[in-house]
Design a protein around this ligand. Structure first.
Ligand SMILES: Cc1cc2nc3c(=O)[nH]c(=O)nc-3n(C[C@H](O)[C@H](O)[C@H](O)COP(=O)(O)OP(=O)(O)OC[C@H]3O[C@@H](n4cnc5c(N)ncnc54)[C@H](O)[C@@H]3O)c2cc1C
Length: 381
């Protein structure tokens, strides 16, 4: 069941679903292996201009809803987690520039971020921490006309040459967000990572050696970057979760198909064994709950409500449920789950990503607990 989508939102859903079925699913294995779309599929994907859905016309968007963008990201996730990952980085950076950037940054970069002409990402994590701003070691020192950055970052998506980053560094009294170009002097690309849950993303280390950031490339106010980080990550978490809800739906569909076709003494295992039915019931309920909450959080963004605590709850819910759903789907597939010929093993592996990226589950628990303790009671906005 869908929540009440507008005509435009339903159209987005139909269009992306058609693309996934006709173009993405036939080549998803190659897409996952390469960590990128390619050939005609890439061209078609880019021509759909999905990132433009949410942003205003003055910056190259079409002025639609965040719900519309989330619908697109979820539908894509059914085919592969790669396109959702590509779009989420650019969307959270475009959102940050739109809400906190100078006019120069908005007009110069948002259109290119939306058309995917430039890849972008967020650079927070360092070798000592991916969770605690107080442990950051990258520093920015004030100089005439701007800031001088020194330090390093780790696990940063789109940090190879060609990417733009919203990078967080320590300033006198807090953390500040800076707009950084990986092609500029003082930026060095470090070791690239290889992951078990997806293809070869452009992800790895970067080094800043007297990297100069002009004043109009500071995002938001100096020392107030933590608020930007928290809100941008909440946007990113919602987009990222959308892709993983799509992945969970596919895991469920594959499990149902297997339970309906694999037989035991002439009867489908789904009909014969209650243990299989228990799993399918649990998986279906979890998928339904994730869908509802996903669109509820997306609607909060459109309504201008405080979506940060809900994005953390959504992230925790999706991280836990994707783990359970893909594990149940593996069990239903028996030995065939481990065969490369079957798709479920790849989904099980890809599902691990949502437990860590954009903040580990325990960090979501910390955010959620602090929020409810401060409010004193449960109350949806
Ligand atoms: C594929 C991939 C892509 C990524 N892309 C990016 C990116 O583009 N940009 C970026 O900045 N980062 C990126 N990351 C990094 C990712 O966001 C961090 O790895 C993640 O936030 C966890 O950080 P950490 O491993 O340093 O954990 P740590 O901060 O070292 O934490 C280790 C463990 O301790 C727990 N812990 C830490 N602090 C607390 C606390 N206060 N209370 C309770 N428990 C705590 C954590 O939950 C975790 O389980 C990426 C990671 C991966 C795997």
């Amino acid at each position: 069941m869908d929540m009440a989508f507008t005509l435009e939102e339903s159209e987005i859903k139909n269009q992306v679903r058609k693309f996934v079925k006709k173009d993405l699913l036939p080549v998803y294995r190659e897409v996952d292996k390469k960590g990128d779309l390619f050939g005609d599929v890439k061209e078609k994907f880019q021509s759909m201009n999905l990132l433009k859905i949410y942003f205003p016309e003055e910056y190259g968007g079409v002025g639609g809803t965040f719900v519309g963008l989330i619908i697109a990201l979820k539908e894509l996730g059914y085919g592969s987690i790669i396109p959702t990952t590509l779009l989420t980085g650019n969307s959270l950076v475009a959102w940050s520039l739109y809400n906190y950037g100078s006019d120069f940054l908005k007009t110069t970069y948002i259109p290119d971020l939306l058309s995917l002409k430039i890849p972008a990402g967020i650079a927070f994590t360092e070798s000592d921490t991916g969770s605690d701003p107080k442990q950051l070691k990258t520093v920015a020192k004030k100089r005439a006309g701007g800031w001088l950055l020194n330090g390093s970052k780790k696990f940063i998506t789109n940090s190879g040459t060609g990417g733009y980053l919203m990078l967080f560094a320590l300033t006198d009294e807090g953390v500040t967000a800076f707009w950084v170009n990986s092609k500029h002097k003082g930026y060095k690309v470090g070791k690239r990572e290889s992951f078990i849950h997806c293809g070869p993303l452009d992800n790895g280390e970067l080094y800043l050696d007297d990297y100069f950031v002009p004043e109009d490339h500071v995002i938001g106010q100096v020392n107030k970057g933590f608020e930007i980080l928290v809100r941008a990550e909440a946007i990113g978490k919602t987009g990222f979760c959308a892709g993983y809800v799509g992945l969970a739906e596919r895991a469920l569909d594959l499990a149902v198909k297997y339970a309906n076709t694999r037989t035991h003494r002439g009867k489908p295992i789904g009909r014969k064994f209650q243990m299989i039915q228990v799993k399918l019931a649990r998986m279906t309920t979890r998928v339904a709950a994730m869908n509802s909450y996903l669109y509820q959080v997306a609607a909060m963004v459109d309504q201008g409500k405080n979506f940060v605590p809900d994005a953390a709850r959504l992230k925790l819910l999706v991280a836990e449920d994707v783990k359970e759903i893909t594990a149940d789907a593996m069990e239903i597939h028996g030995a065939y789950a481990l065969s490369d010929e079957y798709e479920i093993g790849a989904l099980f592996k890809a599902g691990i990503g949502v437990q860590v990226i954009m903040g580990a589950s325990d960090i979501q628990r910390v955010i959620i607990a602090n929020d409810i303790l401060a409010k004193g009671r449960y109350d949806t906005e």
